[in-house]
Unconditional design. Structure first.
Length: 247
């Protein structure tokens, strides 16, 4: 097998498995570990993969410019979102002042909250409707209503946020990448999320595994600024930059 054919085979295995070991690639291609390691180095230099100790990871930092409506988001990765939301809700204590944003995973948290004396602040119209039904003390930010996500954004929301200090903030996200950090398509939503994180003692980003390796238009904050709660972490590079909990 020629070198280019071998490297094409390596990329095909990566596309299928997301992460592959040197030993697995040796078995697939029938060449030595030294040869595979040289191939991985060459492919990494071309930007085709991420070389890690003992193998390689698929490069998945794709740019997404558009944001899906909430009705569409609700139908995506629902079992994973519910697992993440249940774990996140379990972190809330009665003494907490909590910010919940308008992420689709964050909204699932409401049904799992077991802290009846906690106080909640949100920029999500849907959270603001669901929280009082659970008997939970709720404040809704003022500002501009964004139709697609039913979130409150803009200058009014930012001014309202400055009135609060949070023990915990739980945020949704559209993309997570090692270099670009946490991102979302809308700059106004990004500003609300960033300020909420700044006002919180502890910030958690709730993200199913599909969000990793994705970059969207507006930067929120870098990886060390928040812990991540996810269903599965395929790329361990993220754990080198912040705390990651798999549930």
């Amino acid at each position: 097998m020629l070198a280019e054919q071998r490297m094409e085979q390596i990329l095909l295995e990566l596309e299928k498995e997301q992460a592959v070991s040197v030993a697995h690639l040796c078995k697939v291609t029938g060449v030595s570990e030294a040869t595979i390691r040289r191939d991985l180095t060459e492919l990494a230099q071309r930007g085709k993969l991420n070389k890690v100790h003992g193998g390689a990871l698929l490069v998945r930092e794709a740019f997404h410019g558009e944001e899906l409506d909430m009705e569409v988001k609700r139908q995506l990765h629902t079992p994973e979102k519910r697992r993440i939301a249940r774990y996140a809700a379990g972190l809330i204590q009665n003494s907490d002042v909590v910010f919940l944003d308008a992420g689709s995973t964050v909204m699932h948290m409401v049904e799992y909250i077991q802290a009846p004396r906690a106080t909640f602040v949100t920029n999500s119209v849907e959270c603001a409707q669901r929280l009082p039904r659970r008997g939970l003390k709720t404040y809704l930010l003022g500002g501009l209503l964004k139709p697609g996500t039913l979130s409150i954004v803009g200058g009014g929301a930012l001014e309202d946020l400055k009135r609060y200090n949070f023990t915990r903030a739980f945020l949704g996200v559209n993309g997570i990448a090692v270099s670009q950090g946490f991102t979302t398509p809308d700059p106004e939503e990004a500003m609300v999320k960033a300020l909420a994180a700044e006002r919180a003692q502890e910030t958690y980003v709730l993200a199913d595994s599909s969000k990793f390796g994705t970059v969207t238009a507006a930067a929120m904050f870098p990886l060390p600024s928040a812990a991540i709660i996810t269903d599965r972490l395929r790329d361990q590079r993220y754990a080198e930059h912040t705390a990651v909990k798999e549930v």
